[in-house]
Design a protein around this ligand. Structure first.
Ligand code: SIN
Length: 282
């Protein structure tokens, strides 16, 4: 192993030491990082100094990058980068999510081919608040009571971006509304690379488990959402400037706590798609 790894939380997240993401990593280094990414749900890289191009180039080694459909929040020079920020410039919010309390979700569960990962890089941070929490949805699935696993077998659930936007006060635009109709996905997601199974239901976007009476479906969604974020499954990331965090979107769920609106927070995110050869229809 070339990289030094320090486990964080319950061993679900890990800090990867002595690596400069702005440097061109050779194929062996990327292969090692991929193995770590699939083993840990969250990889933390401290003290990085990245241009937007370098962040996008590093991220692209893990899969094709999504150009997020919220075009108004993309970097003008590097559209693979989405700004997550409360900063207002010339009367316009430059990023998405402002200073909001953002509940548990998987990135892009509302698309036909959801993302497998995201890389988030901290550029400006508030004095307090704005921590990001990640929960291990593989362990959450593995530790489910057997009868719940049986109920979930083969089931699909409806995912709604509109629900997320309503719940967390995210303003929408016309293109987004048009392109993100409600969609259903398996309740248990099989990881396209590791083959591991994980829970794929979240408080932020799941509205219904198909094939169950509506009261049973609502009750089970609430139960699963509480179960998957029990403290033993959660790693809390308190950001430092220069942190870059790569998470596995097919093995974890995340939420962001709010912060004072008078403070500035600027994060730059890439969103990673599966390689075409593993991008099977859901
Ligand atoms: C996100 O949900 O992608 C953003 C998380 C954060 O702002 O920390």
């Amino acid at each position: 192993m070339r990289f030094k790894v320090r486990e964080l939380g319950n061993g679900f997240a890990a800090e990867i030491q002595d690596i400069d993401l702005s440097a061109n990593q050779d194929a062996d280094a990327i292969e090692e990082l991929k193995q770590l990414w699939w083993r840990y749900g969250v990889l933390v890289f401290r003290d990085q100094h990245l241009t937007e191009r370098q962040e996008a180039d590093f991220s692209a080694r893990f899969g094709p990058l999504e150009i997020h459909l919220r075009h108004e929040y993309l970097s003008r020079d590097t559209p693979e980068i989405l700004y997550i920020s409360n900063i207002v410039e010339d009367g316009r919010e430059i990023g998405i999510l402002s200073n909001n309390d953002v509940g548990w979700h998987y990135d892009q569960i509302y698309l036909p081919q959801p993302a497998v990962g995201s890389l988030l890089y901290a550029v400006e941070l508030p004095q307090a608040g704005g921590a990001t929490y990640f929960a291990d949805t593989v362990s959450a699935y593995e530790q489910l009571p057997q009868d719940v696993k049986q109920t979930l077998a083969g089931k699909r659930a409806v995912q709604s971006y509109a629900k997320f936007n309503r719940a967390y006060s995210v303003p929408t635009n016309e293109a987004q509304t048009r392109k993100t109709q409600d969609i259903d996905h398996p309740v248990v997601r099989t990881h396209p690379y590791s083959g591991r199974q994980s829970l794929y239901v979240c408080a932020g976007m799941t509205t219904e488990i198909l094939g169950l009476p509506s009261d049973e479906s609502a009750e089970l969604i609430t139960w699963l959402c509480e179960w998957s974020v029990r403290p033993e499954f959660v790693y809390r990331h308190d950001w430092r400037l220069g942190d870059a965090v790569l998470w596995d979107n097919a093995a974890s769920i995340h939420r962001r706590e709010p912060f004072d609106l008078s403070e500035r927070r600027l994060m730059k995110r890439t969103t990673i798609q599966p390689l075409p050869e593993v991008a099977v229809p859901f």
